[in-house]
Design a protein around this ligand. Structure first.
Ligand SMILES: C[S@@+](CC[C@H](N)C(=O)[O-])C[C@H]1O[C@@H](n2cnc3c(N)ncnc32)[C@H](O)[C@@H]1O
Length: 368
């Protein structure tokens, strides 16, 4: 009789998920305490002979904590997460923390950490949302209230994406000297200010909900661009626009929050506006295509495809938790574009994880 035993599978993936929750709150607390900002201030003092960094006593004092014990646990946890570095008894920022977690850094994600998961009430109700197919109306209402803070938090990243997209459009001959741009769901105004800065004679029609649009208007005013922005409050699907055509329509991070039928109509509206010669710019986090979730041509199996798309799947789940949308797939975009007489012509990732697709009327290819 065989006495061979098999080692039971370990629980590491389950702990990874539990630890994801506690890691999130470690980072959130560090941001609330101003821990990264305190270390950044310290790092600015480049002249110091002792090499910089703060020990737990000085770090506790800098963030107004009672004593070094709890601060040490938090800081060492952040070291384990790669968000701080430690040597001897001091803590310092890692390059990631310096770039993304210091509140004044140009690419700061400090506010986004708080707002990216959407309304906190969306998550305890996720099982009910999946059972019923839609979140509670109160959750959706909370998201609308959260949009002003959320779009402000995404502004720095979206400014970088928009600037890169303008260069890509220019390279493809799709960025005229005097463009008319329609920005549907313009959010912080990062897209419209970044685009207009590259075109002194351009105009943007900016559409967003009435509680969000003033943020984009303020951004345009602060950038000295307000007279070249026409602000249209309302639902981007219905709002009456002051133009019937545009060179560029921007749909940045809006389609994934819409139910499929509204998303299809929104893309159709954009395609109609750009006509034969313009271009629709879609930026989103597409989750895997249904066609790729069997064995695909690259030899990836469904496990591999899903693992590679964890970020996009979790952002789609974030949509599911708080909106009527389920995220988008590239197959969705292709089908909606085709239904509107257009096609996906280009895709690029100008900033990590920011997937840009260009959509053009099929007429434009036929005639060019
Ligand atoms: C994730 S944000 C993206 C903002 C901006 N496009 C960007 O990429 O920075 C989604 C935006 O869509 C807007 N939005 C949501 N539903 C809308 C609707 N029905 N009509 C107009 N805007 C809407 C929100 O207010 C928010 O500004």
């Amino acid at each position: 009789m065989s006495t061979a035993t098999t080692t039971p599978v370990g629980p590491a993936p389950v702990w990874d998920v539990i630890n994801g929750f506690t890691s999130y709150w470690a980072l959130s607390a560090a941001l609330d305490l101003g821990l990264f900002d305190a270390l950044a201030e310290d790092a600015e003092d480049a002249e110091r002979a002792d090499g910089g960094g703060l020990d737990a006593v000085r770090l506790a004092a800098a963030i107004g904590a009672d004593g070094p014990g709890p601060v040490t646990v938090l800081a060492e946890t952040l070291v384990s997460l790669g968000l701080l570095a430690a040597d001897e008894d001091r803590f310092r920022l890692t390059p990631v923390a310096e770039r993304y977690l210091v509140s004044t850094a140009p690419a700061s994600m400090a506010a986004l950490v708080h707002h990216s998961p959407g309304p906190p009430g969306a998550w305890p109700g996720l099982a009910d949302t999946i059972r019923s197919g839609a979140p509670e109306p109160t959750v959706t209402a909370d998201l609308t209230e959260l949009y002003p803070a959320l779009v402000r938090a995404t502004g720095p990243t979206q400014a970088a994406v928009a600037t890169a997209v303008a260069a890509e459009l220019e390279r493809r001959g799709l960025w005229p000297e005097q463009p008319v741009v329609v920005d549907l769901g313009c959010g912080s105004g990062a897209w419209l200010t970044s685009l207009l800065r590259t075109r002194p004679k351009g105009t943007v029609i900016a559409v967003d909900l009435p509680n969000v649009l003033p943020i984009a208007e303020r951004a345009a005013t602060d950038a000295g661009l307000r007279e070249r922005v026409i602000a249209v409050p309302g639902d981007y699907l219905e709002a009456a626009l002051p133009v019937t055509s545009a060179d560029v329509v921007v749909l940045a991070h809006v389609l994934r929050a819409e139910p499929a039928e509204r998303a299809r109509r929104l893309l159709a509206r954009a395609v109609e506006l750009v006509g034969a010669d313009g271009v629709v710019v879609v930026v989103d986090y597409p989750r895997p295509d249904p066609a790729r979730t069997g064995h695909d041509t690259d030899g990836d199996d469904r496990d591999g495809v899903c693992r590679a798309a964890r970020h996009e799947l979790l952002l789609s789940l974030t949509m599911l938790a708080a909106t009527a949308g389920l995220g988008v797939t590239v197959a969705d975009l292709r089908a909606w574009a085709e239904a509107a007489g257009a096609e996906l012509t280009d895709s690029f990732e100008p900033v990590p994880r920011q997937h840009v697709r260009l959509i053009r009327s099929r007429t434009s290819e036929a005639t060019s």
